[in-house]
Design a protein around this ligand. Structure first.
Ligand code: SF4
Length: 362
């Protein structure tokens, strides 16, 4: 039976962070939320052709709404789909919204992984970002999650934020390493238009992020996390052995996924769909073989082991080394990729110029 991943979008937050352009609403009423969850539950219809390898509740801030809503949706998924025994079931959480009661409810419902938006352990920077939590709340949130029995926790960190110094980032990293989550995502900030952060930079209220600082912080993360026993398995993702995210790895290796909730995307049976305001899937495009092959390469190069040539062959019936020989030779000559056991992967130089590599497959 074919494997699939499920994504559930919860579009609510306590307050919008300054840098955020995700689809999420602050200050939604109780009635609006209730209606949304009713519609969301109704929209979930199983497909007996697939077995579910991961479920990811993201947003927005899933932990900001009543745990009852979240657990009810997971129950509906379990009723509708066949779920693998060892499926990864993740909830995204903002440390400022966690309580022991909520965490217990998530655990009892079957969530086995928590992804915490820590971003930084520097209070000044958290304020600048517009986060609702303090560093201490992040520490306490993590402790509560452990006490509730979560033994697979991710912490998200941001690097390259305006006013964030290398010292600040280094201190956050050191403390996170001491706390020892199983997984750490360290994302470079992308300043999106139509965010308060973009406006503040345009007006000169905040400095422009520096590429040089961003790269130095990134290298610091790679070095410190490696020394602490975390394996870098993707450009921005690091895990203790055996704790690589199943869900995210699926995106990078061409596993089909179905999204429920407003604006959630699906990629299944060669079709790309996006949900409308009524949470109904609308066809965006039929993905032809050529496009699917290129996408496989582009996403695969995000992984430190590169796109898997054996999987490419299984999916498309040809080898990527032959199919993309010209592009790959060009990238190899520029020293952006290296040959490896599973095909090709980004070189150390290629990690800094990853967009140039991805661009070859668009
Ligand atoms: S908590 Fe996450 S989704 Fe919500 S506003 Fe902040 S960054 Fe955006």
């Amino acid at each position: 039976m074919k494997e699939i991943e499920i994504y559930i979008h919860i579009p609510y937050c306590v307050r919008k962070c300054r840098y955020c352009d995700f689809l999420s609403y602050a200050n939604a009423s109780c009635k609006e939320k209730k209606t949304y969850f009713e519609k969301l539950a109704d929209s979930i219809r199983g497909d007996s052709n697939y077995v579910v390898r991961s479920v990811f509740f993201g947003g927005g801030t899933p932990s900001s709404v009543d745990a009852e809503y979240i657990c009810g949706i997971l129950e509906k998924i379990k009723k509708e789909y066949r779920i693998k025994d060892n499926a990864e079931i993740t909830l995204e959480a903002n440390p400022g919204t966690l309580t022991p009661g909520k965490l217990k409810a998530y655990k009892d419902a079957g969530f086995n992984r928590l992804s915490m938006g820590v971003q930084s352990l520097n209070d000044e920077l958290l304020k600048t970002m517009g986060r609702i939590h303090t560093a201490e709340e992040a520490r306490q949130g993590f402790k509560m999650a452990r006490e509730a029995g979560f033994d697979n926790i991710n912490t998200d960190l941001i690097l390259g934020y305006p006013t964030q110094t290398k010292k600040m980032f280094g201190e956050t990293l050191d403390e996170i390493i001491e706390i020892r989550p199983e997984h750490i995502s360290a994302y470079s900030l992308i300043v999106e238009e139509e965010t308060p952060l973009y406006d503040a930079i345009e007006k000169g209220d905040l400095p422009k992020p520096s590429d040089e600082d961003d790269r130095e912080m990134y290298r610091m993360a790679c070095e410190k996390l490696k020394a602490a026993g975390y394996e870098q398995y993707e450009i921005s993702n690091f895990a203790k052995p055996g704790y690589e995210s199943i869900h995210n790895t699926g995106y990078w290796t061409g596993v089909p996924y179905i999204g429920y909730g407003i604006a959630a995307a699906s990629y299944i049976d060669g079709k790309r769909l996006s949900n409308n305001e009524d949470l109904l899937p609308m066809l965006e495009e039929r993905v032809d073989k050529e496009t699917a092959e290129k996408e496989f390469m582009m996403l695969g190069f995000r992984l430190t082991k590169g796109p898997d040539s054996k999987r490419f062959f299984e999916m498309f019936g040809e080898g990527y080394e032959e199919k993309f020989a010209e592009i790959l030779t060009g990238l190899e000559n520029k020293k952006l990729i290296d040959k490896c056991e599973t095909g090709y992967r980004l070189s150390a130089k290629g990690i800094d110029f990853a967009n140039e590599v991805f661009g070859e497959f668009i």
